[in-house]
Design a protein around this ligand. Structure first.
Ligand code: ATP
Length: 307
């Protein structure tokens, strides 16, 4: 595919120097894109002075491209250790919130802060050192399973890697692979399902042990067992961490301290699960729809099991 971005030439040079066969590994390219712009480095921003992990979005407007605004006056707070979940229709801007908090992009107006420090004013590396990001669709490196998990904390011991994999409920799966933790994954190795890849990302986040967690729930259909397993892991992982969950299944958000309902880039409702249900607004409608869907699925499964 065509990547339409203006990369500083020396960045491309680095890519070629790093890859022996001069084939750009898309992963590596994107990893490099994550590095702060040169202007940023020149500014020598101070590191994030992490205190309690309070996250704030203050009147954030955002557009990827001029003339098409995606977020409008988004304003919310995640108290230290609390969990805020975002729900809303496809394209409403949920994942964009996650990308802004991880500072893939910056707001057009308004600001995002952690412990009262504007993200635009802190060193990107130190910011990301405090955030665990479990994206919706985790791309893995063409490396071993162990490497992919240890990416969360380079230098981790094998025992620590296995412990993280156990906590993410992926250890047994890995043990059944041809070369266990040394099995190559990705294009040139074993292909993993979306759910398996997300669990590797969870193991990565567990190993990193960050005080702030962003979890972008996979949209891909998971079977009920896998879904439950991921939810148990998520509950464990988000305990005592400031957590932003982008949720696609409402069952994920029931226990959140606050739920934000996003509609076309605006927060249209907010509150706890009970309060939102009682409000009989958009959230209640979404909830009833999902209940009906899962009842239908259950009935059709039962019917298909009957002789
Ligand atoms: P879904 O539930 O389908 O994942 P979402 O609510 O997470 O959707 P976003 O991914 O935040 O939605 O996208 C919000 C809007 O921004 C969409 O209209 C999308 O087309 C647009 N968008 C997302 N990424 C980009 C990008 N890199 N460049 C331009 N527009 C983008």
């Amino acid at each position: 595919y065509i990547i339409q971005i203006s990369l500083p030439l020396n960045t491309l040079g680095m890519v070629f120097r790093q890859s022996k066969d001069a084939i750009i590994n898309a992963e590596r390219l994107f990893a490099l894109l994550d590095t702060p712009p040169e202007a940023d480095e020149a500014r020598q921003l101070p590191p994030l002075d992490f205190k309690r992990g309070e996250v704030r979005f203050e009147s954030v407007d955002f557009s990827y491209e001029p003339g098409r605004q995606i977020l409008w006056n988004v304003d919310f707070r995640i108290p230290p250790g609390a969990t805020v979940a975002v729900v809303g229709g496809s394209g409403s801007g949920k994942s964009t919130l996650a990308r802004l908090l991880f500072r893939f992009y910056e707001p057009d107006t308004g600001r995002i802060t952690i412990d009262d420090q504007d993200l635009a004013g802190v060193d990107q590396k130190s910011l990301r050192a405090h955030i665990g990001m479990v994206p919706q669709d985790t791309a893995l490196f063409n490396e071993t399973v162990a490497y992919n998990i240890a990416y969360g904390r380079p230098g981790a011991s094998m025992a620590e890697i296995i412990e993280a994999a156990r906590a993410a409920r992926i250890h047994e799966f890995i043990n059944a692979l041809p070369a266990q933790y040394d099995t190559m994954v990705g294009e040139r190795g074993v292909k993993l399902s979306g759910g398996e890849r997300q669990r590797i990302a969870i193991a990565r986040a567990i190993l990193k042990n960050p005080p702030i967690l962003i979890f972008d729930e996979a949209t891909s259909a998971l079977d009920t067992m896998a879904e439950r397993a991921i939810q148990t892991e998520l509950a464990q992982l988000s305990r005592d961490r400031t957590t932003l969950i982008i949720a696609h299944r409402l069952s994920t958000v029931v226990d959140a301290d606050e739920i934000l309902v996003l509609d076309q880039g605006r927060i249209v409702e907010r509150g706890t699960h009970e309060a939102l249900l009682a409000g009989q607004g958009m959230y209640a409608q979404m909830w009833n729809l999902q209940l009906k869907q899962s009842e239908l699925e259950r009935t059709s499964r039962q019917l298909s099991r009957q002789p």
